[in-house]
Design a protein. Structure first.
Length: 228
């Protein structure tokens, strides 16, 4: 099951987006059942009650409060037990490698890694900074920095970019932050470069999720049944 946060005020578009991702992942996992849910969609997790336990893939970019506290609590409250939670997408080495490769292959001399950040936990910013540090070490770009939606340095305050810059959104989905908040903040900062699609929308992501699921299922099958 691919599990995302979703948008509480309008849960259906995000639920549809995660469902479409699940279908693309399923194409790499013949014989598996790949479902999708969001925390914001009423009753989404409750539909899994009574099913054979499987894997939960958190469509989050960091291992913070949501993956450590909120997701387990919601699964328990929904009566969904025995499911094994995988590492969140943004912490996967293959996904971080993809982000570094995208930046390096772009040939950009300046790279802005745009991420969510958090006012409550350092984890989301730490992951983005790790990726930015790797980009700086590999790409040869003369300027690599992070900017955040919810903590300093805010995207709206990271100024002085050239037209050769790219912005790599370190986000899992094309939600409100990516569609509205991010371009609005960059416009406020006068960012003149190219804004790339959110990392989670890259064509290689479904295959990377499928590979991670296979690797997670192999040791798990010795102690529990993984739904296929």
């Amino acid at each position: 099951m691919i599990l995302a946060h979703g948008q509480p005020s309008d849960p259906l578009p995000a639920a549809a987006e995660v469902g479409a991702l699940a279908a693309r992942v399923a194409a790499h996992l013949p014989g598996w059942r790949v479902s999708a849910a969001t925390l914001a969609e009423p009753g989404a997790l409750e539909r899994l009650t009574g099913e054979v336990p499987g894997l939960v893939f958190p469509l989050f970019m960091a291992a913070g409060w949501f993956t450590k506290v909120a997701v387990p609590a919601r699964l328990e409250a929904a009566g969904v037990s025995g499911w094994q939670q995988m590492a969140p997408m943004g912490t996967m080495p293959d996904v971080q490698d993809l982000a570094v490769r995208i930046a390096a292959e772009s040939g950009a001399t300046e790279v802005l890694v745009a991420a969510h950040g958090s006012g409550r936990s350092p984890a989301p910013a730490e992951v983005a900074r790790q990726v930015a540090a790797r980009i700086a070490g590999i790409s040869g770009a003369r300027r690599v920095e992070c900017g955040f939606i919810e903590e300093a340095p805010f995207l709206r305050d990271v100024t002085g970019w050239s037209a050769e810059a790219i912005c790599l959104p370190f986000f899992a989905m094309a939600g409100g932050h990516v569609v509205h908040d991010l371009p609005g903040a960059l416009a406020q900062a006068g960012f003149p470069g190219q804004i790339l699609p959110a990392l989670g929308l890259h064509a290689e992501i479904p295959a990377l999720i499928a590979r991670a699921a296979i690797e997670a299922a192999e040791p798990a099958t010795s102690g529990q049944t993984i739904m296929r």
